[in-house]
Write a protein that binds this ligand. Structure first.
Ligand SMILES: C[S@@+](CC[C@H](N)C(=O)[O-])C[C@H]1O[C@@H](n2cnc3c(N)ncnc32)[C@H](O)[C@@H]1O
Length: 214
């Protein structure tokens, strides 16, 4: 059964204190579908087209692991997360980030405010019925011509998802509803994004780069 938003917030509030340590210490089978987490963030961050002076928003920023990879690149980093405890942990590590409580479906920033929107391992938290609206919200906060880079646990087909579930066994979390690449591609298209480019970065991870038309 998928989690409710309230259950999700409580889970991440509880997890915030040990999240970094937990993920740093796991990159084998014990990581379940997160195996390759650090490498996926590294690959994705390298692909994001930022130049000094740009504004970057991380949606579902958590403790800031993905956004941290943009520090030192001359950009202004903002972040949104529904979990106040995650934001507190992020603020402690990255006092320069502009952080607000919010979520994919209600991003508390103005329309057209960002050159780039990034997100890692958070989109699957949006229930399927809210995913198109979430994609439209991502497009709303981007400037015309702005770029989206979204990475998450995703699968190319129902068969690939079933095979991963079988391989991962009891580490699989039945409360999660991971997107299929084709379904998210369609939603991004319906939300007005163009030129989507997909890349698999780990056995259970995909990244997409897409643009809001200029
Ligand atoms: C697995 S953590 C990923 C955090 C970070 N992006 C990373 O890569 O380490 C998922 C994050 O998504 C946040 N989240 C949960 N539901 C969300 C939603 N509907 N919109 C935005 N973020 C959400 C959680 O609070 C949590 O911080």
């Amino acid at each position: 059964m998928p989690r409710t938003p309230e259950e999700g917030r409580a889970l991440f509030d509880r997890w915030a204190r040990t999240y970094d340590l937990d993920l740093a210490g796991q990159d084998g089978p014990e990581a379940g579908p997160l195996v390759g987490y650090a490498e996926t963030l590294r690959i994705a961050a390298e692909q994001v087209p930022v130049v000094p002076g740009m504004s970057v928003l991380d949606v579902g920023i958590g403790t800031g692991a993905f956004a941290a990879r943009f520090r030192g690149r001359g950009v202004r980093v903002s972040g949104v997360d529904p979990s106040p405890a995650m934001l507190d942990a992020c603020r402690g590590k990255h006092p320069g980030f502009i952080l607000r409580v919010g979520d994919f479906n209600a991003i508390p920033f103005d329309s057209g405010e960002f050159d780039v929107v990034i997100s890692s391992f958070a989109f699957h938290e949006v229930p399927p019925g809210g995913r198109l609206a979430a994609c439209r919200e991502l497009a709303r906060v981007l400037k015309p011509g702005g770029a989206l880079c979204l990475v998450d646990i995703m699968f190319a087909s129902p068969a690939a998802l079933a095979a991963a579930r079988e391989a991962i066994g009891e580490r699989w979390d039945d409360e999660e509803d991971y997107p299929l690449v084709g379904d998210l591609d369609q939603l991004l298209h319906e939300a007005g994004f163009g030129g989507s480019r997909w890349r698999q970065t780990a056995p259970c991870h995909w990244m997409v780069l897409a643009r809001k038309p200029a």
